[in-house]
Structures are given as structure tokens and as C-alpha cells.
Design a protein around this ligand. Sequence first.
Ligand code: FE2
Ligand code: FE2
Length: 240
Amino acid sequence: MNFETNREVLEWYEKQPRTLTKEFIGEIDWSAINKHPIDKSLVPVLMYMRDVETLTDVYYEELRRTPTGKDPIIRKFMERWSAEEQTHGEVLNRFLNEAGIDTDPKWQKQVINSVSTSYTVTNYLITTLTNLIGKRFTATHMAFGAIHEMSTTQGYRRLSKLADHPVLSQILTGIIREESAHTTFYRSVARIELEKSEISRKLSRFIVKHFWTPVGSGAKPASESNYTIATLFGGEGGMK
Ligand SMILES: [Fe+2]
Ligand SMILES: [Fe+2]
């Protein structure tokens, strides 16, 4: 898909129906989950993904204060994007519960409260700096987002393959479809914004090269990010 303007990208995105609708979730055979074993080593991975999806709300709050977040087109995308990521966290939590792994009724609050103060302060500073750079930061933000969404999608594909659990695969197929639409949005807007200015290209390259980290790291302890990545991408076929 070769979009020429950000508005075209938004119009495309808005035409995409949601996959994880109430009907889709209602049709999942939740009671069949505990009939199939889930490899214990994948439970922390599921928890990590659930938490990172939930933390999107925190990122969204931060991003709303930046020039990118104030752009009406991107803002419109982000409203739906953030709601979709919340659903991903919720269905993953329900999967864990149905698989016999209890979670606290207030798990969402706990996840948000567990984010370290240093992370919050760093983000506050980054947001403030971003405001100084202004609109030129949009390309960087979109490039960052595209990498995050793409790596998340690959992570879910690997999880589905490694878990080999019919109900989890059904859930992940729905999530992956939504992540793919997110990827298309971020990647398309990034391309448009990067083509606009050399400063944007240099800035994006510099920031991605020096500051990019896998999604969730920083907000979540490094040990958890490392475990998730090693488990998903460490085994046979992982690197490929
Ligand atoms: Fe997601
Ligand atoms: Fe996403």
C-alpha cells in the first residue's frame, strides 16, 4: 500500500473492521483452554505481553502531550489503537485465568503502578525534549512505533507456534490481525514523514540507533524483557 498523505492512511485504517469484537471474544471456546496444557515456560511470556499491552495506556498519556499526539490525524488513530491494545491485555489475562493461572482482580492497576519512578521521570524528560524538537519528531515516533508493532507481531507469531495451543492460537490470530493494521499505519506515516525532510531522517536514524529498546523494556524489568525475547526467539527458527 502506497499512501501519499497521512489522511489517506487514517482513512484506510478506519475502514479496517475490528477483529477482537465482542462477538469474536464471545465465540472463543474459553472452557476448552484447560483441556490443553500450556508450557509453563510460556506463562511469564504471556504475563509480559499482557502487561506491555496494558501499559500502552501510559504511553498514550505521554504521547498526547507531544506534537505527534496533538496531530489530529495521529490522535484519531491513537484513540482506537490504545483501546485495541487494552483489549489485547484483557484477553491475554482471561486466557491465563482460564488456564488456571490466577491473577489479581486489580491486575491492571498493579501493572501501571509497578512502573518505576525513574522510567516515569525519563519519559517526562523525553516528552519535554520532544516538544522542543516539535513536528520533526513525528517521523521518529512513527518509525519507533512501526518497529514496536512489527516486533510485537512477530513475537505473537512465535508464541502461537511454540505454545501450539488451539485456543491461544485463535486468540493470537485475532490480536495479530490488529497488530498488523497498527504496523501498516505507523510504517506508512513514517515513510511519508521521513520523505519530507532530511532532518527528520537523520533524527530518526540517530534516535532509533541509540535509544531504541524492545517494547516494554524500561517500563518492565530488563530480566522480564530478556526472558521473553530469549524464550520466543532463542530456540530453533527463532532468529529466522
Ligand atoms: Fe497489542
Ligand atoms: Fe499494536
